[in-house]
Design a protein around this ligand. Structure first.
Ligand SMILES: Nc1nc2c(ncn2[C@@H]2O[C@H](COP(=O)(O)OP(=O)(O)OP(=O)(O)O)[C@@H](O)[C@H]2O)c(=O)[nH]1
Ligand SMILES: [Mg+2]
Length: 362
């Protein structure tokens, strides 16, 4: 951080000078008045991030908008901190005596389970003063379900995105096999856009060959364009996306492949329940996209608490579509439903296996 002191005969002139040099990027470190030769002098010390360039006046409407957009990440960060402080202040005001014992127990349980205080506070607001109000309908509003099963998802293209190793390839195979089993005559395409060194695309090809599903590799923008052109030959197209490294973001990645436009695509974000809160925030930023339509939770069998499932639904506003709870391809995944989801949160019970779910699909 670069530090600079500005002096002048009034705070207004000093602030004007600071604004002219650094715009809104300066952080006030100190602000004091002293006397010099009988005159009052105002001295303001500011700090500026070394990466910040001195402010340039945004002349056109586009420049003003672009400036504002560039500041959004900083503002988001600041807002998160403010929200944290507000929660710390508000929490002592959360008078649990306004709740019925069973409502109170539920909130206390959720807190222990790792559900964030802003979610708990929201629930408290919904329940306070109405001791007969059931908690489950309120919870269901916070974490909606949109099961991935027959007839619910109309999109033709379904792509799975998410961090490395989250379970994208395994899940897309399960989804394609499930589709094949439920609609044996459906024309399904399984496509791998993951050109990394891993064996993901070989595994995809293997299962596609075994089960009579068409397989495609998507390495270039032209491959995507060709698949879109041929899409009338398929009823469902499942795409395995790579984990995005470094600063790459889903929206930019989809744009580079030419599939962020009107293409009939739903992207589902695959996550595991045991990341740290800051990591989830980073994932939600990285995978934010108008095409992102649901959350898929995998590795539920490896986790010992599930508060993150509630937190991410609440933060993202996205419905949960699938729950996965085993490393194998059979009997390890179910379309999400309220009963399974809340049983998992409150009882740590994994979803019950559907009878012979994929038994004859492979
Ligand atoms: N225990 C458990 N393991 C799972 C589950 N889903 C996937 N796995 C395992 O997690 C590992 C990684 O799964 P992949 O499907 O390869 O994950 P990915 O996201 O495609 O990984 P990359 O392509 O390397 O980014 C594999 O060993 C899977 O068998 C699950 O629900 N539970
Ligand atoms: Mg993979």
């Amino acid at each position: 951080m670069r530090v600079k002191t500005f002096r002048g005969i009034s705070t207004a002139t000093v602030f004007a000078e600071i604004k002219a040099e650094f715009g809104d990027n300066a952080v006030i470190l100190s602000n004091k008045s002293t006397e010099e030769n009988g005159r009052k002098i105002h001295e303001i010390m500011v700090g500026v991030d070394n990466n910040e360039k001195p402010a340039q006046t945004a002349d056109t409407r586009d420049e003003v908008i672009s400036d504002a957009m560039n500041n959004i990440p900083d503002w988001n960060q600041e807002w998160k901190q403010i929200k944290g402080h507000m929660m710390a202040l508000l929490k002592p005001q959360m008078n649990l005596n306004l709740l019925a014992p069973r409502q109170r127990l539920a909130l206390e349980y959720l807190e222990k389970e790792g559900v964030d205080s802003n979610v708990i506070l929201d629930l408290f607001q919904q329940l306070r003063g109405n001791k007969s109000k059931a908690i489950l309908p309120e919870l269901e509003k916070l974490a909606p379900m949109r099961p991935f099963e027959n007839g619910i998802w109309k999109e033709k293209f379904h792509a799975l995105a998410g961090p490395h190793g989250a379970g994208k390839t395994s899940t897309i195979i399960r989804m394609a096999l499930k589709e094949k089993k439920e609609n044996p005559t459906a024309r399904i395409c399984l496509a791998s856009a993951d050109q990394g060194q891993g064996k993901g695309r070989l595994v995809l090809r293997h299962y596609a060959d075994l089960s009579g599903i068409e397989f495609k590799e998507l390495a270039t923008r032209e491959d995507f364009a060709r698949l879109i052109g041929e899409s009338h030959n398929f009823d469902r197209i499942f795409i395995d996306l790579p984990g995005l490294a470094g600063d790459a973001e889903l929206e930019g990645w989809l744009a580079a492949c030419g599939i962020n436009g009107p293409c009939d695509l739903a992207v589902h974000l695959v996550l595991n329940p045991y990341y740290a809160t800051a990591q989830y925030c980073a994932f939600l930023k990285k995978y934010k996209s108008s095409k992102l339509k649901s959350l898929i939770w995998t590795k539920l069998d490896e986790s010992c608490n599930f508060g993150a499932l509630v937190n991410i639904s609440y933060e993202s506003g996205l419905p949960v579509s699938l729950l996965s709870y085993g490393s194998g391809l059979r009997n390890s995944m179910k379309p999400a439903c309220e009963k399974d989801f809340w049983r998992l949160i409150f009882k740590h019970q994994l979803p019950k296996e559907e009878k012979a779910q994929f038994a004859k699909a492979v």
